[in-house]
Design a protein around this ligand. Sequence first.
Ligand SMILES: Cc1cc2nc3c(=O)[nH]c(=O)nc-3n(C[C@H](O)[C@H](O)[C@H](O)COP(=O)(O)OP(=O)(O)OC[C@H]3O[C@@H](n4cnc5c(N)ncnc54)[C@H](O)[C@@H]3O)c2cc1C
Length: 804
Amino acid sequence: MSGLILALVLIAVLWALAYFAAPLWLWTVAAGLSLLANGWLQHSEQSAGWVVFLVIAIALNARPLRRLLITDHLLVWFRKVLPPISETERIAIDAGNTWWDADLFTGRPDWNKLLATPAAALTDEEQAFLDGPVEEFCKSLDDWQITHELNDLPPAAWEQIRKHRFFGMIIPKQYGGLGFSALAHSTVVMKIGTRSTSAAVTVMVPNSLGPGELLMHYGTDEQKQHYLPRLARAEEIPCFALTGPYVGSDAGALPDIGIVCKGAYQGKETLGFRVTWDKRYITLAPIATLLGVAFKAYDPDHLLGQKEDLGITLALIPTDLPGVEIGPRHNPLNSAFMNGPTRGKDVFIPFECLIGGTQYIGKGWMMLMNCLSVGRAISLPALGTGAGKHASRVTGAYARVRKQFRVPIGKFEGVEEALARIAGTTYRMEAARRLTAGALDRGEKPSVLSAILKFHCTEGMRQVLGDAMDVHGGRGVMMGPRNYLARGYQAVPVSITVEGANILTRSMIIFGQGAIRAHPYLLKEMEAAGSDDHARAAVDFDRALVAHVGFTISNAARSLFLGLSGALIAAAPGAGRTRRYYRQLTRMSSAFTFMADVGLLTLGGEMKRKEKLSARYGDILSHLYMASAMLKQFEDQGRPEADLPLLEWACQDSLFVMQQQIEGILRNFPSRPMAWLMRLVVLPLGRPYAPPSDRLGHEVADLLLTPSDARDRLTRHAFTSTDPRDPVGRMEHALKQTLAAEPVEEKLQAGLKKRLTPANYLKLVDDGAAKKVITAQEAALLRDTHAVARDAIDVDEFKTMKGA
Ligand SMILES: Cc1cc2nc3c(=O)[nH]c(=O)nc-3n(C[C@H](O)[C@H](O)[C@H](O)COP(=O)(O)OP(=O)(O)OC[C@H]3O[C@@H](n4cnc5c(N)ncnc54)[C@H](O)[C@@H]3O)c2cc1C
């Protein structure tokens, strides 16, 4: 009996040590004490046990011995299995930093720390810019005119861009730019995107990865003084050219070259590069005056030194330089932003055209990766979130105005399902957008989170616009000035492809980079394995490995315990229904981290080729981040009760996706014993999560069908209008009118004891007015509503398809 009690106490102690990640010495003390207790109970000296204990304890705790016997050998093995990391991969890994992603990779995220970070907020000046110039700009845009008639923004829009310095949002005020925060920059792009994707992309590109940003970070003082004010005023139109026919996602492999040579520039002989490039898909290239070009630099004549292969280098080339070819346009899915190829053959550029001057020769990849780690979190996530807000607003309104069998289509369960997905996905995108923009504004450069944002907000865009089109039926399909959806829908693959194509981002970048950057020990181990200082490396590796083993054991214990207890004992801030989600996310964080360690240990470098597994791991990390963002958003907004359905729908959906991806990893993991072990630890009682219920989906869908604070909060910063002549305003106006008319329609039907149908509507209104069932004013309201609702569901008709 006492033996059994001792065994139970021992298990409890071991579990507690593992759960709280006790240091090695504490494990040793606990093992010694349990041996002592066992000897006392058994009335035996346990000599053999003590010998074994002392040998193991000394071997593990005395570092020189531990290294000699264990970790130095593991370091040799690790060096062998570690996949070779190319220079371009190394630079991509080093770019940016980690933030909340690193906390999620601990298995025990500190929720209070997240909630204590200040809520992202616009300054008064930024808000005024949104309410003033951005609102005016949006109002003036006619997307059909832009995409169909002009294939360009109208001159007045270009004028507004110049006047209000839309191209200078990220340029500091000292250079004449707007000096906006990341949140403001993102919100401006988002709002314009809800009006016209073509206009949004036009504004977005000079503010994202390109000459402006590169000059701010790496430009010489002279370059900054010269170019930044001109870029802010759009006197220079910039573009940045990396992609070509033989280089896309594998951007580091670019074939464009520059040879160091002497040449003539502005009448003088000077050193520079003879550059040859062939680039395509370059946004703003057809009208650019300042062309950023990435090329591989070579110095075969040793004009600069011994090295011949100098590496990727970035230059800013005035497009009026002889030999620069710009002008032709591509047609990116009928979007009208300028996009086209650029070529140059043996164009001589002096060193003063290099971004940052000669000290940055060969550092182009590092410069690009560092800028991308920030920029990728802003522009495309803003576009995706804007699409969600726009779709939420117009689809909710349409689903309320459009009736079938006298019932608004939004009340049918099938349509409800699509509406709930639109609203829930939008809530998730907005939370992630705001949280990440806030982090950027505090100086973080979270490269993994930026990849998460890029992927999930553009996939979210694909989801919401697809659903919105389905709900609109033919009204979404028929193109023309009335259609406020189709051009955005058409442009989805543009967002999916640029700034890191999505398949690659999901299957290689998010977990591939996340595991290395955000994991607390992996990078330290890799750095030690790659170091030439073998003595230092052995010490560092030993330290990191011991901590890593303890970390993995701890996460295994935590996953199992949280799984068995339904995570009820996990610490959770706040009160009420949201606490459950903090707990479940803590559980998923432990499970994810444990599974990541098992995956990395079992597959090692092979993980890089297991893209399907890597993608699933990436999805779990992504949903952990986005669900954290949603909880934070809910708190930051003062826990609005009306938003609870949105929060719960999106959190439950995220948990369910995580569970599906865990299941996918377990089913496909190459080592079956390891898969069984993981299943036992992370899903000890089976699958805990279900998708959001139909009832919850109904509540969420309902939020889109009626004007409310929750609907306004969800769609904040989407362009809207109540002007019945405006494509969006027409629908919003019809929604308000429909809702105002409904009680009168009820009264009329009850009074006449007849059902209103589209065919008898106007006749019954006349009858009702004649028989005084409704007042003349009410009759006028119904007649007007009938016309307004018809106008809202109407599509464009063209006499000839030439005009279409
Ligand atoms: C409208 C538009 C605007 C653009 N603007 C610019 C610009 O201003 N400047 C600029 O330099 N470039 C620009 N681009 C180029 C853009 O960045 C590239 O299109 C992108 O990098 C993908 O390259 P690719 O089109 O050659 O596709 P590919 O690289 O051929 O990729 C094709 C598919 O294969 C997938 N894939 C590739 N490698 C892997 C892998 N290892 N694992 C898994 N999947 C993989 C990709 O995800 C993608 O789905 C623009 C592109 C478009 C469409």
